[in-house]
Design a binder for this molecule. Structure first.
Ligand SMILES: [Zn+2]
Length: 282
């Protein structure tokens, strides 16, 4: 318990830097949200829409039959915990934020080759174009869980309640438009949730989670070798670890060694569909 708490307090420091650089690669400002919400992270890339090749099918298939939940997200630590004592606690959850930008489809394809499940946390700004929608559809059709990471990646504590609502609900709508399934999970940009975002989670039957560790935004870990090593040897790798990664080139290169290394260490890569959410309760 002490280790987890230590991890959490360190993460509090890391959270401030988490995702901070994600807006750096974004450069278009055609966002419809007010300027103060996007700040220096303004980031809509609508110019990609002209290169879209495949149309998105609007067929809305019903999700396959829900298996019984076996895990839940600890609301304080974001650890993935077994619901009952019969369930194996030695699991790790793979998550990829700021998707689907340049690398998420490749990341998904690699994970699919070893049947490793994951959550891709999507920014709505990336799926406004047909090309972005096609990327999301590919990831969803491979069986991955799609989460909400807001429309334009603002720090929610710096914008109005109404703007927060728009940030979250617009992304839900865009995801639903492509997948026919409403997101069950939310990750707040920079790990900063608010009373408003908590209220929206309750209204929408969604579960919010931060993470227990991640490194791919830190300068020291932006090679596949360094990232793979730290992700597998960090002291924060414990039962129920909730791993934060991003749509980045070095993460794309490291994702298979990381996933395989976790399995070699005895971790089950947990299927997000086994994680309890209110929406899916019967
Ligand atoms: Zn992010």
């Amino acid at each position: 318990m002490k280790t987890i708490l230590l991890g959490v307090s360190l993460m509090s420091a890391l959270i401030l830097s988490g995702c901070q650089t994600s807006g750096a690669t974004d450069n278009d400002t055609s966002s419809s949200l007010t300027s103060e919400t996007s700040g220096d992270q303004s980031s809509i890339s609508s110019e990609t829409s002209s290169s879209a090749q495949s149309s998105i099918e609007s067929t809305k298939e019903l999700p396959t039959e829900q298996e019984a939940y076996r895990y839940k997200i600890n609301p304080t630590t974001s650890v993935v915990e077994p619901i009952d004592s019969e369930t194996n606690p030695k699991v790790a959850l793979l998550t990829f934020d700021d998707s689907p930008d340049q690398h998420a489809v490749d990341i998904a394809k690699q994970l699919k080759t070893i049947n490793a499940p994951a959550i891709f946390f999507v920014n709505g700004m990336y799926i406004e174009s047909d090309e972005g929608k096609d990327k999301l559809k590919q990831i969803y059709d491979m069986g991955f869980e799609i989460g909400n990471h807001t429309q334009t990646h603002p720090n929610l504590s710096t914008i109005s309640s109404e703007e927060q609502r728009e940030e979250i609900l617009k992304t839900n709508e865009l995801i639903y438009e492509v997948t026919g399934e409403k997101p069950h999970f939310f990750r707040a940009p920079h790990g900063v949730t608010t009373e408003t975002s908590d209220a929206i989670m309750a209204e929408e039957g969604m579960v919010s989670m931060n993470w227990t560790y991640g490194y791919d935004w830190e300068a020291d870990y932006q090679t596949s070798e360094a990232l793979t090593d730290i992700m597998l040897t960090t002291e924060y790798l414990n039962d129920g670890a909730n791993l934060l990664m991003h749509d980045r080139s070095w993460t794309n290169e490291a994702v298979l060694p990381i996933a395989e290394g976790l399995v070699e260490k005895g971790y089950i890569l947990v299927d997000p569909k086994l994680i309890e959410t209110p929406e899916r309760e019967e």
